[in-house]
Design a protein around this ligand. Structure first.
Ligand SMILES: O=P(O)(O)O[C@H]1O[C@H](CO)[C@@H](O)[C@H]1O
Ligand SMILES: Nc1nc2[nH]cnc2c(=O)[nH]1
Length: 320
């Protein structure tokens, strides 16, 4: 906990006067479960990226576990390492490189996070999804969020792609939200609605693209749920999720989507099914999920995921 000294003078040594008009000298506001980044701090990060890249992105991409290659197809890229971006968290998970890549993809300026932040890393949800607000203030209109997930729907196979059309927010059920704490209306309303969060037009375009790519049999539209992790689920939990209508489960994305919808971004999200979740008891070792398998499947399917994203961006560009 901070002392009175530190609160009255958050970044400097005791007694030292800091210029409060400089946003980086302002304190990060502590909330019951997290840290809230003031608008001015987010603006400062966005300015750093826009000025540093000399580009104003329209599409933001969050690369899921092992899906960092989505950012490798970006041309004329300006790469920012997370630790060099002021007030940015750092990635701690394997398969999340910790780089922000800004550049051109299919005629659009995009910014891609090669590495996202998860609740289980110890980051509060507001911090996990803070980069989405940075994207917004950089000028981003569309969020493309991708993830690696376990397939609960028995019809799903490893390597399939599930386009998200809804979610069940388990962390929200437990009283946690990236929007917890004072609301800044410059981002969005106090009580945002979440029906229609996943843009139907983009889902339909992606399904059409899936047909053109010949992968329609491996593409689904379904419901994702985020748990806190880092443990994978028990059989009883997976049974419960299935009863709730969940098709795929992971440890991310939902709080990013909530933050994006709060500030009125259009959202497209998909899960790469990296493992099948067992919903019956057995002694089989292969029923146990593991991160190496998740990464290996993501690596195998990265080409299809990149193509889907690239083609969808091309269509957005063509119709704008
Ligand atoms: O959601 P992404 O970041 O793709 O990663 C998923 O894969 C990891 C577990 O293997 C967890 O971090 C889970 O959330
Ligand atoms: N929670 C969860 N996250 C995952 N990420 C990849 N596979 C899984 C899974 O089975 N469960």
């Amino acid at each position: 906990m901070c002392s009175i000294d530190c609160c009255s003078n958050p970044r400097g040594k005791a007694g030292e006067k800091l210029d409060p008009s400089n946003a980086s000298n302002r304190p990060i506001i502590p909330t019951p479960n997290g840290e809230l980044y003031p608008y001015e701090v987010i603006q400062e990060i966005a300015d750093f990226i826009v000025k540093g890249s000399n580009m104003r992105p329209k599409i933001g991409i969050i690369c899921g576990s092992g899906l960092g290659s989505l950012a490798d197809i970006i041309q004329d890229a300006k790469v920012f390492e997370y630790e060099k971006i002021p007030n940015f968290p750092v990635s701690t998970v394997e398969g999340h490189a910790g780089k922000l890549v800004v550049g051109n993809l299919e005629g659009a300026v995009v910014m891609a996070m090669q590495g996202r932040f998860h609740f289980y890393e110890g980051y509060p949800l507001a911090k996990c999804s803070m980069p989405v607000r940075v994207m917004k203030l950089c000028g981003v209109e569309y969020l493309f969020a991708t993830n690696a997930a376990g397939g609960i729907n028995p019809k799903y196979s490893v390597g399939d792609i599930m386009l998200m059309h809804d979610h069940v927010n388990m962390l929200g059920f437990a009283g946690n939200s990236p929007l917890q704490g004072p609301n800044d209306p410059r981002f969005g309303p106090r009580f945002p609605a979440l029906v229609n969060s996943y843009n139907k037009e983009l889902i339909n375009k992606a399904l059409e693209i899936g047909k053109q790519m010949g992968i329609e049999a491996n593409m689904h539209v379904g419901v994702y749920s985020c748990l806190g992790g880092p443990t994978y689920e028990t059989i009883a939990e997976l049974k419960a999720l299935r009863m709730m209508g969940v098709d795929a489960v992971g440890m991310s994305t939902v709080h990013e989507v909530i933050t994006a919808r709060h500030c009125d971004m259009k959202v497209f999200a998909f899960s790469l099914i990296t493992n099948k979740c067992a919903t019956e008891y057995s002694d089989k070792k292969d029923d146990e999920a593991n991160h190496d398998e998740v990464m290996a499947v993501a690596k195998n399917r990265q080409k299809a995921c990149c193509e889907l994203v690239a083609r969808l961006i091309r269509q957005i560009q063509a119709s704008s």
